[in-house]
Design a protein. Structure first.
Length: 428
């Protein structure tokens, strides 16, 4: 009864508009005040324990990298390269949107930052070219999820710190699923473009134009290359990689391209502090909330329920994905990863899955929560930029959500999709 009441109160608070972090802190606080089950200091202590993980230090560094690049001309260079590569295809601007998300995924690791950056540029352009605002919002929101899959990924860092997995292993395992999702989203956008007769770029593809755009963006593309080679080669940790890539982004903007002035730099720092604070508040708030769920036995009950399907892999996969998608509609992705991530990874491991494989399924699944109502932050951000109704963009998202759910199933049933690169690079 206590568990049901807890869940109902939490969901009501979220639906009434209370910040998720506040709702997660209120529940254990009220429980302790009513039952005197533990000292009230348990709440701040659990909040501290939630963020006392060294790998989390990398989060603001990767956010700063993305902000510094957005403050310089890097964004425009990447967008130009994307246009040269796929702009000639049917539905060219939608294709550019997805390809740009794949490029930015290797730079900032944040789905929200990806949505805001690309959406501000691409959504108005798509609307001018005849795309509906809902479709422009949908393609921007769903493309941003790649930012949390292709390394660096803030979501992977958060989960790795919670379940004691190698950040490098998760980064390596996310490359193939991230690329596959990008390609399937492009295929889906192409099919929709053929059906609805969407535009295609007038400028023909030429190898000379490609080389020019690639050369123009080459130094910017060195940032993800440094990250991948450094971490996978064992030269530096994820935290050191974040600091180095932020430094490289700063040098590119101030010394090489010379378009990052002091005002832009300070604005990038300000946005980084705000975004990092919002992430860390949620991570901290998840600490006492997880403590409460464990004390009431809710986590153990949920794990036992899920393991009841372990004898039938197909039904286990369906129940797992259903639970992940449902939780993603109620709580923020970071909160879900902290609260439910360790439980789901442990359940999958008991059911016979590799921990890295299970962790990646959890990350990708919860990232879908960023584009589903009622708490999907990327969904709301893209819809606000597009200026359309929420239900319209939700309807436009459906075929793209189906693609990502298909990839989730492939990740569960096709282990090499997530384990091949980690094994090849010596993480397994």
């Amino acid at each position: 009864m206590e568990i049901v009441l807890l869940v109902v109160c939490f969901v009501l608070l979220v639906l009434l508009g209370a910040p998720v972090a506040l709702a997660m802190i209120l529940m254990p606080t009220i429980y302790i005040l009513l039952t005197d089950a533990a000292p009230l200091l348990t709440v701040p202590h659990q909040m501290y324990e939630g963020i006392a993980h060294f790998p989390l230090v990398a989060v603001p560094f990767f956010m700063l990298t993305g902000e510094l690049m957005n403050g310089s001309s890097v964004t425009q260079r990447i967008m130009r390269l994307s246009r040269v590569i796929v702009g000639r295809m049917r539905g060219g601007l939608a294709q550019v949107n997805i390809v740009a998300s794949m490029f930015f995924a290797g730079m900032n690791g944040s789905a929200v930052a990806d949505t805001a950056t690309i959406g501000t540029i691409m959504i108005p352009d798509m609307k001018r070219k005849g795309y509906t605002p809902a479709y422009a919002a949908a393609i921007t929101a769903i493309g941003s999820t790649i930012g949390g899959i292709i390394p660096p990924s803030i979501a992977m860092i958060v989960l790795a710190s919670s379940v004691n997995l190698s950040v490098g292993a998760l980064f390596a395992g996310g490359i193939l699923p991230g690329i596959l999702i990008g390609l399937l989203l492009m295929l889906t956008a192409w099919i929709i473009a053929k059906v609805k007769d969407h535009e295609r770029g007038d400028e023909p593809f030429t190898f000379r134009a490609f080389l020019s755009a690639a050369w123009d963006a080459s130094l910017a593309l060195c940032v993800p290359l440094i990250l991948v080679v450094g971490i996978f080669g064992g030269w530096f940790s994820s935290v050191e990689a974040g600091a180095i890539t932020a430094l490289v982004a700063l040098i590119l903007g101030t010394v090489v391209y010379r378009d990052l002035d002091l005002a832009s730099f300070l604005a990038a720092l300000n946005r980084t502090v705000r975004m990092s604070a919002s992430v860390f508040v949620i991570i901290a708030a998840a600490g006492p909330f997880t403590w409460l769920l464990a004390r009431l036995g809710a986590l153990e009950m949920l794990q036992n329920w899920l393991l009841g399907f372990a004898e039938t892999p197909f039904f286990f996969a369906l129940m797992l994905l259903g639970l992940i998608l449902l939780a993603g509609m109620i709580m923020d992705a970071a909160a879900n990863i902290i609260v439910l991530g360790p439980l789901l990874v442990a359940a999958c491991e008991t059911a016979g899955y590799e921990p890295v494989q299970a962790a990646l399924v959890v990350v990708v699944g919860f990232l879908l929560g960023t584009v589903t109502p009622p708490v999907g932050v990327c969904y709301f951000t893209a819809t606000a930029i597009a200026g359309c109704r929420l239900e319209q963009s939700a309807a436009a998202l459906l075929p793209f959500l189906a693609v990502e759910i298909l990839v989730l199933l492939l990740m569960l049933f096709l282990a090499p999709l997530t384990l091949f690169l980690p094994a090849l690079l010596g993480f397994l």
